[in-house]
Design a protein around this ligand. Structure first.
Ligand SMILES: [Zn+2]
Length: 243
């Protein structure tokens, strides 16, 4: 019997999802987001970059605004109305105090109980190497969840009117090779496919496959693969860090 994953905590109202690029949440956990917004929870997206270096055939100055637009459309599909960008440089996002401060500021502003990010580890499991942006942003999110609550770290944020927020109870890491928790993907799965499809420019460059078939195969496959560890229910998995 495979180890079963715990259900995600449900006693929260506000979540903040912070990732490196447009499409990170759509590849990772949009089905879970759709289910949560259905329940009346408030979820905000913060993206460290605009993904402007993500498409070989489109120069960054044109690509950034295009991907921002696609990200806003894809968030709307799963009930997320607020999408903010930190304007770090795609591909060369640096882990450090600048990034931690920007994320801590977002946490203080939105005051979430749950913070969501994408896999910060070196690999996706085995020898599938992760990207430096995901590693930098994921780590900084885990750190900033603590920074946000300490008024002596980044005191300039307090001067800007962003009061400390020590209410983050969990950081949930999507796409982890070592998940601990999961949430039912079935309610949000169709919308997560449409949400990923909104990144059409990116996907059309990425694959020759029909975009909808590509999105459906990828997202359904992942959710079904997790079912064995979640009582047979297709699921989105997270590695949950408690605070
Ligand atoms: Zn990414």
């Amino acid at each position: 019997m495979t180890d079963q994953l715990e259900p995600m905590p449900a006693d929260w109202q506000r979540a903040l999802a912070v990732v490196a690029h447009p499409d990170d949440l759509e590849y990772g956990c949009a089905a879970a987001i759709a289910g949560w917004t259905d329940e009346g929870r408030e979820i905000t997206y913060v993206l460290a970059s605009r993904g402007e270096a993500g498409i070989d055939t489109i120069e960054p100055a044109k690509c950034g605004p295009l991907r921002e637009q696609e990200q806003r459309a894809s968030a709307a599909v799963v009930g997320v109305r607020t999408v903010e960008f930190l304007d770090h440089k795609d591909g060369v996002i640096e882990y450090g105090t600048g990034l931690r401060r920007d994320i801590a500021a977002a946490i203080r502003k939105h005051r979430p109980e749950l913070v969501i990010t994408l896999n910060h580890r070196d690999t996706w499991g085995g020898v599938a190497w992760n990207t430096p942006d995901h590693q930098a942003v994921g780590r900084a999110v885990l750190d900033a969840a603590g920074d946000a609550g300490n008024r002596w770290i980044f005191p300039e944020l307090g001067e800007q009117g962003l009061q400390p927020w020590d209410g983050v109870r969990w950081v949930a890491v999507a796409g982890s090779a070592s998940p601990t928790h999961a949430v039912d993907a079935t309610r949000g799965l169709e919308r997560s496919i449409r949400s990923l499809l909104e990144h059409r420019t990116y996907i059309e460059v990425l694959t020759d496959e029909d975009p909808e078939t590509y999105c459906r195969t990828f997202l359904s496959g992942n959710a079904e693969a997790a079912a064995a560890r979640f009582g047979g229910t297709p699921a989105i998995t997270f590695e949950l860090f408690r605070r």
